[in-house]
Design a protein around this ligand. Structure first.
Ligand code: ADP
Ligand code: MG
Ligand code: ZN
Length: 606
């Protein structure tokens, strides 16, 4: 009897197990389907967002508010006409649509929420990342005779009361534009409760979120407090949101839509292109003195009496560089986060008044820098992402007149940058800047456009970048054998348990440095050292080499290694495109390194 029961129990066990395993399989299948579905939704939403017909829908001048818009534009804002995307965005937000608006720096995003604020009877809440940005906006508005308010921890008591009374009871005066930082919005429960009352009274007309890319970790300026903005759609579900930014790739936009609970909302963008900017990459001299000579020369001659910004990698770099340039009689000052607020403000002001020709700054000199006549932006080290490159360069030429954006590129700076980035995403971003710098033939605008998922015809650049201006053809070089030599050096160093920095690797390759590391049977390269650097950089971006970091108490060091699992078979062919204009060929052709010339082909591209 007992045995029968235990047999029976086993049978049940067996059935239960088999069902559980089926459930597990079904779960897996379910998860796969869910992932697939969410990918498709993502695409679907983006397509919906970019629906061109929506743009047509909102570009008209026959909305109930249309005649009012024009008179406000002319009489209040003292401007002649709308730029095309401005009108589309304004009509859409007045039609109570949620939308994201992408326009380049200086494109005129502020107008797209400032003007609609004056159309309705209620309040536009403007979320802006920095107090200094808010102050700038308020100064601009008050010059136009438009009253706005901002509320934060430093707001005087009486003013706070006035604002709170208006929000909670609808008392006069009506506040058309109310500025807050996301920090204040997330921190102050009281403020949120007043906003809710304002909403209940029907006075919360619209929410504008400036620099909206700060919501996304994929953006280049992620700010944790922007995440709280997801509450807005929950709290005020029928209040239209307009998010504004100058830089966002599709993945950032999608992320922002998700974060703000406005999946599939309209997205309008005007072209990223800034036709008046000349983009250029210059090979950075190896010696500090030579680099200073170069900077001194252009600041004293080409950019004489012209205003600009020099971006440097670290606080120490800005201090050193500014001091050295001042030693050469130039009026420049460093600007970074460690300066006290008063001094920072003073540097900024004196630069605005042209008492300083340039600020030598870290990325802390950023959002809200709004000097119209910046004629040059120089990156003393490569920027950390294409977004930063675009945004920082974009501070030049806001007045629409010609300006130059120069990146000083040296491969070793890539490693300095790599030492301070701390995520895979950031590494990928830095690498895309490396690719941009190495490219000596493609239109810079095309490279930027591709990065920002925009279509671009190279001839639209009007020779306004170094590569279009040179317009030389490209020669492809076979560097397979060179790669073999590099691998041989790395393998020997591995055997000896020595880590190779870029400097060490180059030294050994050029038969210098540590004798023990040299590999007898590889020839002395006949290319110049900086050309050898170009080759190594290509091997890195093509995935034949990798850089890796090691940390000690004092510093982070970056070393070069063979990419794991990558080997050179007999069929491997590694080719790199080099613009004829940089005369790489003369040197490489003479090089013993590229003796097996039979396979090195010269391809001319139009
Ligand atoms: P951003 O897009 O960088 O936020 P802003 O809103 O600060 O740009 O505007 C940049 C400049 O462009 C401002 O000086 C502004 O007055 C000007 N501007 C905006 N719209 C127009 C327009 N329709 N016509 C002429 N100038 C405009
Ligand atoms: Mg702006
Ligand atoms: Zn070009």
């Amino acid at each position: 009897m007992n045995e029968d029961l235990s047999e029976e129990i086993k049978k049940y066990d067996f059935q239960i197990q088999s069902i559980e395993s089926e459930i597990a399989k079904l779960r897996q299948k379910l998860n796969k389907l869910k992932t697939k579905k969410s990918e498709l939704e993502k695409q679907h939403n983006l397509f919906k967002s970019f629906d061109k017909s929506a743009e047509d829908l909102y570009k008209g001048a026959d909305f109930p508010w249309s005649s009012n818009l024009i008179s406000l534009l002319r009489e209040k804002f003292k401007l002649k006409e709308f730029r095309q995307t401005q009108l589309v965005a304004i009509n859409a937000t007045l039609s109570k649509k949620d939308l994201l608006l992408l326009m380049p720096t200086g494109g005129g995003k502020s107008l797209c929420y400032q003007l609609p604020a004056l159309v309705g009877k209620g309040t536009t809440l403007v979320v802006s990342p920095l107090l200094s940005l808010i102050e700038d906006q308020q100064i601009g508005l008050s010059k136009l005779g438009i009253v706005s308010r901002s509320i934060n921890s430093g707001t005087p008591k009486e003013l706070k009361k006035e604002i709170n009374d208006y929000l909670s009871k609808g008392t006069k005066p009506v506040i058309k534009l109310l500025y807050v930082t996301p920090e204040w919005l997330s921190k102050s429960k009281l403020f949120k409760s007043y906003l809710q009352k304002c909403y209940a009274l029907g006075n919360l007309e619209r929410i504008a979120i400036d620099e909206v890319h700060c919501c996304s970790q994929w953006g280049h300026d992620f700010r944790p407090d922007y995440q709280f903005l997801s509450l807005l759609k929950d709290m005020f579900h029928d209040v239209p949101i307009i998010g504004l930014t100058a830089t966002a790739t599709l993945s950032v936009l999608f992320d922002v839509q998700n974060m703000l609970n406005m999946k599939g909302c309209l997205i309008f963008r005007s072209s990223f292109n800034r036709p008046n900017l000349f983009y250029k990459v210059v090979s950075k001299p190896q010696q500090t003195e030579e680099c200073l000579n170069y900077l001194e020369d252009i600041l004293k001659n080409k950019f004489r009496n012209k205003s600009g910004i020099i971006y440097a990698l670290s606080i120490k770099d800005t201090e050193d560089l500014a001091q050295a340039l001042r030693g050469r009689g130039l009026k420049v000052r460093p600007y970074h986060a460690n300066l006290d607020t008063g001094l920072r403000r003073k540097v900024h002001e004196k630069w605005l008044n042209d008492e300083y020709q340039a600020v030598v700054a870290t990325v802390a000199f950023g959002m809200g820098i709004d000097k119209p006549d910046v004629r040059f932006v120089i990156h003393h080290s490569i920027p950390k992402s294409m977004e930063s490159l675009y945004q920082e360069s974009g501070r030049a030429g806001r007045d629409g007149k010609p300006a130059k954006c120069i990146v000083l590129y040296r491969f070793s700076d890539y490693f300095r940058g790599s030492a301070i980035v701390n995520s895979k995403t950031e590494e990928t971003k830095l690498r895309s800047v490396l690719e941009y710098c190495l490219d000596s033939s493609t239109c810079r605008r095309k490279l930027l456009a591709t990065h920002f998922d925009e279509k671009w015809n190279s001839n639209e650049c009007e020779k306004n970048c170094d590569n279009c201006k040179a317009s030389s053809s490209v020669v492809w070089y076979n560097i397979t054998s060179v790669c073999k030599y590099v691998y041989a050096i790395i393998e020997k160093a591995e055997q000896l348990e020595v880590n190779l920095t870029l400097l060490k690797l180059l030294d050994v390759w050029f038969k210098g440095g540590d004798k023990n590391l040299r590999v007898e049977d590889i020839p002395m390269p006949k290319v110049e050292r900086n050309q050898a650097e170009v080759i190594l950089a290509y091997l890195l971006i093509k995935g034949y080499l990798i850089d890796y970091k090691s940390y000690n108490a004092y510093a982070t060091n970056c070393y070069i290694q063979k990419a794991p699992g990558r080997s050179l078979g007999t069929n491997t062919l590694i080719e790199i495109p080099i613009s004829e204009s940089i005369n790489f060929r003369g040197l490489l052709k003479r090089s013993a390194d590229i003796q097996d010339d039979s396979s090195s082909k010269v391809i001319k591209l139009d």
